[in-house]
Design a protein around this ligand. Structure first.
Ligand code: HEM
Length: 510
């Protein structure tokens, strides 16, 4: 029987955890070995649990005191770092010692299986090789551009209607639908049409998002395996969502395999989408294809939607920056003195060369990603005893987590204005974009496992932003509201992000 229990608002769970942790903490935790230097212990696992809803800010507040610290846990050593020197060491210099290990896959495998996000060694190398080949092809670049452009036009039409009827919209919801539709089309060649309200697409998307959130809760709920065994609480919910996700994806794979087998004339069957290419090689292994699909959806969908939402939020909080971004877009599109009535006509002007002429928009996007990195914390397991460059020891099996969210807020990394939204920090004196070290700006990870979709993401973010910010102006429904995040694997805005939208003077009602 399924019983729905919200773990962290359950006082019995919290008190029980406190007791268990207290006992473990005092009697069982393996103390660091004598004579070796270890990072300072900032707190016990209980505090992050109590501060769960504001977890990233809580971890940031500890990082202000200690660049790198330990959190006492009865299960394994837990080290958290914001120090770029340690990050470079983990992600590049001693890359082979820090991986997903046992920890992350054991928690996420029900959703992500053996996809690129959960594996190490040869399994990772093989998927990385195939995926990097895909990302470097012109076919993918062109196909994904067309897809994102078409879906952005649909979004523009929805925004036009909202502007004309003075309707408040949840822009975060629309970005989530836009990216789900686009990633599905690029990844699997099908039109999910969440933006158009297709029921099956919406059902899959909701189940996928819920499964993602529930999987994240496992990291902070030591009792999840028991709940899974008895199929109760959040584990029962997760099981239901996973079934919807799996049914949908396996049906998709089956249809794709059949279509490819039935297509007698190879050239008649279009293989622009990524799944078709994987099916050619792995048609006998639907589970492998399922894992590839879900990892690709997770990689591509949420980070783009999240980055757009936080950008709009910050631009509403800083109207002068919103105007500056819009001015740059319209100048790059040569649209100072013209009027347009159709979103598709506007989009036709967003050429590759025009996108190159938008360094301020690029800087504003980086600034939003610096403060709200899609992946706020990234844990790695140490495979051997090791010493970090700061001279402190790491024991075999310790989980070392670098924290892009906290790193984006460190004054010792970004200066005294670290907390301010300031695109100018990314520009040199000639107004050209100036990239930062990936060990300081860690939102895309760094080293051999750096994000494969970084250029893809910036390109599509700029396509969406050109139309959305070139044609429309945004205002928060409640201008005083300070938006927080919702906890899940990614740092989502606490939905809904309600805004008023109005047409800019270049974009007139026909
Ligand atoms: C603003 C947008 C994005 C951000 C901030 C971002 C961030 C990241 C991060 C932090 C990782 C490392 C995760 C880990 O520890 O395993 C990663 C990996 C990856 N990302 Fe992105 N990502 C973005 C967009 C995309 C997009 C649009 C795609 C593809 C459509 C993509 C594809 C990948 C892939 C395939 C990996 C796995 C790399 C590997 O393990 O070798 N990313 N990304």
């Amino acid at each position: 029987m399924a019983v729905s229990v919200d773990l962290l608002s359950n006082p019995i769970f919290v008190l029980g955890s406190f007791l268990v942790l207290f006992i473990f903490h005092n009697y069982i935790h393996k103390e660091p070995q004598h004579g070796k230097k270890y990072h300072p212990t900032a707190t016990t696992l209980l505090q992050p649990l109590i501060n769960y809803k504001k977890l990233h800010d809580y971890m940031t507040s500890l990082a202000i005191r200690y660049k790198t610290y330990r959190v006492l846990s009865p299960f394994h050593g837990m080290i958290y770092t914001t120090d770029p020197v340690n990050v470079e060491y983990m992600l590049k210099t001693n890359f082979n010692n820090y991986g997903k290990g046992y920890y992350l896959p054991s928690v996420t495998s029900d959703l992500l299986g053996e996809g690129i996000f959960t594996v190490d060694g040869d399994k990772w190398r093989e998927q990385r090789k195939v995926a990097s080949q895909e990302f470097s092809t012109k076919i993918l670049r062109d196909y994904s551009s067309v897809t994102f452009r078409n879906n952005t036009i649909k979004l523009g039409e929805i925004l036009s209607q909202a502007a004309d009827s003075n309707q408040i919209i949840d822009i975060n919801d629309l970005f989530m639908k836009l990216t789900m539709d686009s990633i599905f089309k690029v990844g699997f060649g099908i039109d999910l049409d969440n933006l158009g309200g297709n029921e099956e697409g919406v059902r899959f998307s909701l189940a996928f998002d819920d499964a993602n959130n529930l999987i994240y809760k496992r990291f902070y709920d030591p009792s999840w395996r028991i709940k899974k065994f008895f199929n109760i609480g959040m584990e029962a919910e997760l099981k239901t969502n996973l079934k919807i996700v799996d049914d949908f994806v396996y049906k998709l794979i089956q249809t794709k395999i059949e279509q490819m087998q039935m297509s007698k004339d190879e050239s008649l069957f279009k293989k622009d989408d990524i799944l078709s290419r994987f099916v050619e090689v792995h048609h006998n292994n639907p589970k492998y294809l399922r894992d590839i699909i879900l990892n690709f959806v997770l990689a591509g969908k949420d980070p783009i939607a999240i980055s757009m939402s936080w950008l709009i939020y910050e631009l509403c909080k800083h109207p002068e920056i919103q105007e500056k971004v819009a001015k740059e877009i319209l100048e790059a599109l040569n649209m100072k003195n013209e009027e347009i009535t159709d979103v598709a006509d506007f989009m036709a002007r967003v050429s590759d060369s025009a996108l190159e002429k938008m360094p301020y928009l690029h800087a504003a996007l980086s600034e939003s990603i610096r403060l709200y990195p899609a992946l706020p914390m990234d844990p790695k397991v140490s495979f051997t005893d090791d010493v970090l460059p700061d001279g402190c020891n790491v024991n075999k099996g310790d989980v070392v987590t670098y924290m892009p969210y906290a790193m984006g807020r460190m004054k010792y990394i970004w200066g005294d204005d670290a907390l301010e939204f300031k695109p100018e920090r990314w520009l040199d004196q000639d107004g050209c974009y100036r990239p930062e070290s990936p060990f300081k700006f860690t939102a895309f990870q760094a080293g051999p496992r750096t994000c494969l979709g970084r250029d893809f993401a910036y390109r599509h973010l700029k396509i969406i932003a050109s139309v959305v910010l070139g044609c429309f102006a945004f205002k928060l429904r409640n201008e005083k509201e300070v938006m927080s995040y919702r906890l899940s694997i990614n740092v989502h805005v606490e939905a809904p992000l309600q805004v008023y939208v109005s047409r800019r003077s270049v974009f007139q009602n026909p």
